[in-house]
Ligand binder design. Structure first.
Ligand code: IDP
Ligand code: MG
Length: 159
C-alpha cells in the first residue's frame, strides 16, 4: 500500500467495562472483520496521570471526574489500528457516544446503554491520534506489515 493512499493510524481503547464484561474478543473482531489492521496492542492499568493526559480536552466538564474514575477502574486494552480512513471507519463502527443513542450494528449500540460506560474509545482526528498513540506506544512497538489478502480489502478505498 503506497503512502499517497492516506494511510492512517488510530488509537482504540477497550475500556474497563469491555474487559470486565469479557467483550474484548467480540469487540476486536468488529475491527478485524471490517479490514482494519492491528499494528499495536497491550493491556494497561491506567494511572490517574495518564488518564488525565488522555482526557485533557474534557477537563472541567461535569462528567470529567467520573470519566477519570471509570477509565482507571481496571485494566484497559490499548490498540493501534491502521488502514485507509481508519479514524472515521473505527468511529462509525463504535457508534454514537451514548449507548442508548447508538445504532444497532455498532459496538456501543449492540453492547451497552450507558453514557459513561460505553466500552470503547477511538481517536477523533489525525492530530489527536498521533498524540494518543504516543501516550501508550513507542515507535518500535508498532509493527508495520501487510496482512495476507490486503489487496482484496483495500482496493480503491479512495477514488
Ligand atoms: P467519544 O468517546 O464518543 O469521542 P467524548 O464526547 O469525547 O465521546 O467523551 C469522552 C467520553 O466521556 C465518552 O466516551 C464517555 O465515556 C464520557 N462521556 C461523554 N459525555 C458524557 C456525559 O454527558 N455523561 C457521562 N459521560 C460522558
Ligand atoms: Mg472523544
Amino acid at each position: 500500500m503506497s503512502e499517497e493512499r492516506k494511510m492512517e493510524r488510530t488509537l482504540i481503547i477497550l475500556k474497563p467495562d469491555a474487559i470486565q464484561r469479557r467483550l474484548v474478543g467480540r469487540i476486536v473482531q468488529r475491527f478485524e472483520d471490517k479490514g482494519l489492521v492491528i499494528v499495536g496492542m497491550k493491556l494497561v492499568q491506567m494511572s490517574r496521570e495518564l488518564a488525565e493526559r488522555q482526557y485533557a480536552p474534557h477537563k472541567g466538564k461535569p462528567f470529567y471526574p467520573g470519566l477519570i474514575d471509570y477509565i482507571t477502574s481496571g485494566p484497559v486494552v490499548v490498540m493501534v489500528l491502521q488502514g485507509e480512513r481508519c479514524i472515521e471507519i473505527a468511529r462509525t463502527l463504535m457508534g454514537k457516544t451514548f449507548g442508548y443513542e447508538a445504532q444497532p450494528g455498532t459496538i456501543r449500540g449492540d453492547f451497552g446503554v450507558s453514557q459513561t460506560y460505553n466500552l470503547v474509545h477511538g481517536s477523533d482526528s489525525p492530530e489527536t491520534a498521533d498524540m494518543e498513540v504516543a501516550l501508550y506506544f513507542t515507535r518500535e512497538e508498532l509493527l508495520d506489515y501487510t496482512p495476507a489478502g490486503s489487496e482484496w480489502v483495500f482496493k480503491a478505498v479512495e477514488g
